[in-house]
Design a protein around this ligand. Structure first.
Ligand code: GLU
Length: 476
């Protein structure tokens, strides 16, 4: 989205970086080294489709190689361009550093509307794109590991993994060349829901500290909070679903491509999601009010606004009108630098993208480790853990018998306590821990330093600090 006087997405990321870096004392030159994008590869390739040769343009940008492999998704969208992939690659660098995923930042994109193509055509296009990137080591288990992003998912990742494996038949670690694969093709349990789950864990951690909640002019917990979500794609859908089902939040508005639907009593997320899949939009969803100009719903009263779709949707034209006291950026770059200034001025609390949507890359990291170790998480210890828990329960039960049935556990206690952790439980636990720890590192700066006025600056400070120390360790 381009608005007059609004910097481009990449300029927005740089402006935010600059605001943070002015508070750091980096050696001369290092600041510039961290900010700039190392390389962007543009490829134009032809695929014969429907009787004619069609040319596609794709990109893979590598922002920082302070750690390798570099990591970041591949998106399929007509909006893809060099500026966008470079901005997204920079965000990947900061995101990985913040959540301590040992990767540099990268991002790719193909300028295509995937809805215009049949599955077998998308497969041909994806395989060809993967071939072009893999032959230049821009897909490689130890150098550059893509993942899903907007317009791509498990299916595309499976094609990419297979394409890489065909080109590298003796690479025992070939599966680690891409993450976000289906479970039966080397994926990990919980990856599809991971980014939405991360948004939920981020909000849970925010609400654990009354001081943070107070900064947003709210009180209490997530229970009963009114939420508006923009974009019910993979990230928005899972975030909304978990917040409603597990935390008692109420989603009062959902904005999609064709408009928005609202219901102050709360929307049924699974029903709405199915409706969108079936009808291609929210229009006509029963039991809700349809608003044709969906963007207006961004300006409605609510407690939490979750932009989970495109970049630049909160910009100079609407920032002053956004009423939500708390915004969590589930998408990358939904708030422009100009809008960020306006919102900060108003006292809006923003949980920034590089943290808020880092759940995806965090679980990608687990998947990559799983692929390299060639074993499912939990496979060795699960039953042993259960056996040890059984010992404790047996002891307690015999003690209880001896004391005249003194112990009466709740009916599901035994079942829950006895169950050893499988891969999904371990992934969730690792993700929760990552999201909490990263938030706490931002919170500490936010509360302790007067010049750290907001969570975005805190996030940049933590991550730039980490990138800088890796560069220093390399002797740069
Ligand atoms: N595309 C996601 C992101 O923007 C995931 C990247 C990954 O898992 O490598 O963070």
């Amino acid at each position: 989205m381009s608005v007059k006087n609004e910097p481009s997405f990449r300029e927005s990321v740089d402006l935010m970086f600059n605001r943070a870096v002015s508070l750091l004392d980096l050696p001369p030159g290092l600041e510039e080294k961290i900010r700039v994008c190392n390389a962007t590869y543009t490829v134009r390739f032809g695929v014969r489709l429907r009787g004619s040769l069609q040319t596609f343009t794709g990109y893979r940008s590598v922002h920082s190689e302070h750690m390798e492999p570099v990591k970041g998704g591949i998106r399929y969208s007509m909006g893809v361009n060099q500026d966008e992939v470079e901005a997204l690659a920079a965000l990947m660098t900061y995101k990985c550093a913040l959540v301590e995923a040992p990767f540099g930042g990268s991002k790719g994109g193909l300028c295509i509307d995937p809805r215009e193509y049949e599955e077998h055509e998308l497969e041909l296009i994806t395989r060809r794109f993967a071939y072009e990137l893999a032959k230049r080591d821009l897909i490689h288990p130890s150098q550059n590991v893509p993942a899903p992003d907007m317009g791509t998912g498990e299916r595309e990742m499976a094609w990419i993994a297979d394409q890489y494996a065909r080109m590298n038949t003796t690479d025992i670690n070939a599966k680690a060349c891409v993450t976000g694969k289906p479970l039966n093709a080397g994926g990990i349990a919980g990856r599809v829901e991971a980014t939405g789950r991360g948004v939920q864990y981020a909000l849970q951690e925010f609400f654990r500290d009354a001081r943070d909640v107070e900064k947003a002019g709210m009180s209490g917990t997530l229970d009963g909070k009114a939420v508006i979500v923009q974009g019910l794609g993979n990230v928005g859908y899972h975030a909304a679903k978990f917040l409603v089902e597990e935390d008692g939040a109420k989603v009062i508005g959902v904005i999609e491509r064709d408009g928005a639907v609202t219901n102050p009593a709360g929307l049924k997320i699974d029903e709405l999601h199915n409706w969108i899949l079936k009808h291609g939009g929210v229009k006509g969803f029963p039991g809700a009010t349809y608003v044709e100009n969906g963007a207006l719903v961004l300006e409605e009263e609510c407690d939490i606004l979750i932009p989970a779709a495109l970049e630049g949707v909160i910009n100079l034209t609407n920032a002053a009108k956004v009423k939500a006291p708390l915004i969590i950026e589930a998408a990358n770059g939904p708030i422009t630098a100009g809008a960020d200034d306006i919102l900060r001025e108003k006292g809006t609390v923003i949980i920034p993208d590089m943290y808020a949507n880092a759940g995806g890359v965090t679980v990608s990291y687990f998947e990559w480790v799983k692929n390299l170790s060639h074993i499912r998480f939990g496979r060795m210890q699960r039953r042993q853990e259960e056996a040890r828990h059984q010992l404790v329960v047996d002891q307690l039960e015999s003690l209880s018998d001896a004391m005249g049935n003194a112990w009466s556990p709740s009916p599901d206690f035994k079942q829950k306590y006895l169950r050893g952790a499988g891969e999904l439980e371990l992934v969730r636990s690792g993700l929760d821990d990552t999201m909490r720890t990263a938030y706490q590192s931002m919170r500490e700066l936010w509360h302790e330093r007067e010049d750290v006025t907001d969570l975005r600056i805190a996030a940049y400070l933590v991550s730039i600090g980490k990138v800088a120390s890796s560069y220093r360790a390399k002797g740069l």
